[in-house]
Design a protein around this ligand. Structure first.
Ligand code: UD1
Ligand code: CA
Length: 461
């Protein structure tokens, strides 16, 4: 999205240098995952969606780690060697800020802001207006408070640690998010002092300076309070994860999905879907998942980077990773479909069946207790219970080819490389090491014998 009145180029500065001591973790705070992605990436992606002229990320703690986790970011990295406060952090970005640009300040640990909220804030900015995002909170403690005069005009921001008892009662807080012209920002930043309770250069002091310079401070509030919440500890991280997941679930329902419990469906990536998709409880989607029409997903499934065709049923406790599954299939319960697997239409994969790097053609079935790895399986094949492709000799992997209309008897081992030709039948309990000819019955087991009068061993006294 490009914001409405793009008369001035936009520069976004993301502050991400803080340590995050309260996370009690070696991982830099902004790299803790929300829905499987670093907090900072959420902030970055939202920033990117505003189509700014440039994004600058101010980093400090765990710098190398942060940069490599965000290696995909089209951003400039600005180091803040010592963390002397939010004002000091923005000062580091000054060389990259043009006078006539609008500068939007974001925090790398505030992941849920929407592009709509930010675009509207940026839209408010002009040569004599600074735009500030504020909200009223039931419990404002810990935040900077917005001090207004009797006419409701913003005068300044006071940090909790510097606030008087009366100021602490103000319930309107500074979210930290603001937008202002570069020229003004640079002027005020150069005047910041650190004579406050924390001995820091507070970005918030520019609000008072703006008022003194006759610049209007226009405040806006986000649609939802969750948007401005930051992460300081694991409890807040968990809370924001739930907020985010609920948003995603609501979006799926808006698109027509039936969720048996929107609080028990997690999306760590993107899901697209057709009509009449029904999702039972405790389902997790990761990466890029594409669901067609009339799909039912049972409880406790994990589906990652996969495509599932119309009319397919995924039964409970099934794991699917990087696979393509056709139409009218029945997969699970308790099936595991691993990467590089392509399953055609009307295929049945049943309980305790693992499929890896295999192609299975139309109408084939493997219903129970089976491992199919590195295999090509034709159409109309029946794989008996307990069948295993022995695809690995301890050093290399080999393929098993099973042609159309083959019947593999139960408990067969197929020692790859091996081919079972069209229409062949393999007798139950066989260990197939050589190709089996088309249309014939091949089996390898010994004949059944009965040893008459045989006695079980008895325990020696
Ligand atoms: C800041 C605001 C406060 C506001 C609150 C909202 C100031 C002085 N105070 O307080 O009014 O209510 O955010 O959450 O701005 N950072 C750096 N370098 C630094 C210091 C901070 O990059 O030297 C980054 C942090 O990584 C973080 C953000 O700036 O992403 C905010 O810093 P934090 O220390 O959390 O600010 P607060 O004291 O919470
Ligand atoms: Ca904070």
């Amino acid at each position: 999205m490009v914001y409405a009145d793009m008369t001035q180029a936009l520069t976004i500065v993301i502050l991400a240098a803080g340590k995050g001591t309260r996370m009690k973790s070696n991982l830099p705070k902004v790299l803790h995952p929300l829905a499987g992605r670093p907090l900072l990436d959420h902030c970055y992606q939202t920033a990117r969606s505003l189509a700014p002229h440039r994004i600058q990320i101010v980093y400090g703690h765990g710098g190398g780690q942060v940069k490599s986790a965000l290696a995909h970011a089209d951003a400039e990295w600005v180091e803040q060697v010592q963390q002397l406060g939010t004002g000091h952090a923005v000062q580091q970005a000054v060389p990259g800020i043009g006078d006539d640009q609008t500068v939007l300040i974001l925090y790398g640990d505030v992941p849920l802001l929407t592009a709509e909220t930010l675009a509207s804030l940026v839209d408010e900015v002009n040569d004599s207006t600074l735009a500030l995002l504020t909200v009223r909170l039931d419990d404002p403690s810990g935040y900077g408070r917005i001090v207004r005069n009797e006419h409701g005009k913003v005068l300044r921001i006071v940090e909790e640690k510097d606030a008087s008892e009366t100021e602490k009662e103000i319930d309107e807080i500074n979210t930290g998010i603001l937008a202002v012209r570069g020229r003004l920002l640079k002027k005020w930043l150069s005047r910041l002092q650190s004579d406050n309770a924390q001995g820091e250069y507070y970005l918030t002091d520019i609000i008072g300076m703006a008022v003194q310079d006759g610049v209007t401070v226009a405040s806006q509030s986000p649609v939802s309070v969750d948007e401005i919440l930051g992460v300081n500890d694991k409890r807040q991280l968990a809370y924001l994860e739930r907020c985010y997941q609920l948003r995603q679930a609501q979006e799926l329902m808006r698109q027509g999905a039936t969720l048996l419990d929107p609080a028990r469906c997690d999306i760590r990536g993107r899901v697209s879907l057709g009509s009449d998709v029904c999702i039972d409880v405790n389902v997790i989607f990761e990466g890029d998942v594409q669901l067609g029409d009339d799909i039912h997903i049972g409880a406790n499934c994990l589906i990652k980077d996969s495509v599932i065709g119309n009319g397919t049923q995924i039964l409970p406790n099934t794991l699917i990773d990087s696979a393509r599954i056709g139409q009218q299939c029945r997969i699970g319960p308790f099936a595991r479909i691993r990467p590089q697997t392509t399953i055609a239409d009307q295929v049945h994969i049943g309980n305790f069946v693992e499929v890896k790097k295999s192609d299975i053609a139309q109408g084939s079935k493997a219903n129970h207790l089976t491992y199919l790895g590195d295999s090509s399986i034709g159409a109309g094949v029946n794989i008996g219970a307990g069948t295993i492709t022995c695809n690995y000799d301890g050093a290399n992997k080999f393929r098993t080819v099973i042609e159309d209309n083959v019947f593999i008897g139960s408990s067969t081992q197929l020692v790859a490389p091996v081919r079972v030709e069209e229409g062949a039948t393999i007798g139950a309990g066989s260990t197939i090491t050589k190709d089996a000819p088309a249309g014939e019955l091949t089996l390898t087991r010994a004949k059944q014998v009965t040893i008459e009068g045989w006695k079980r061993p008895v325990k020696k006294t």
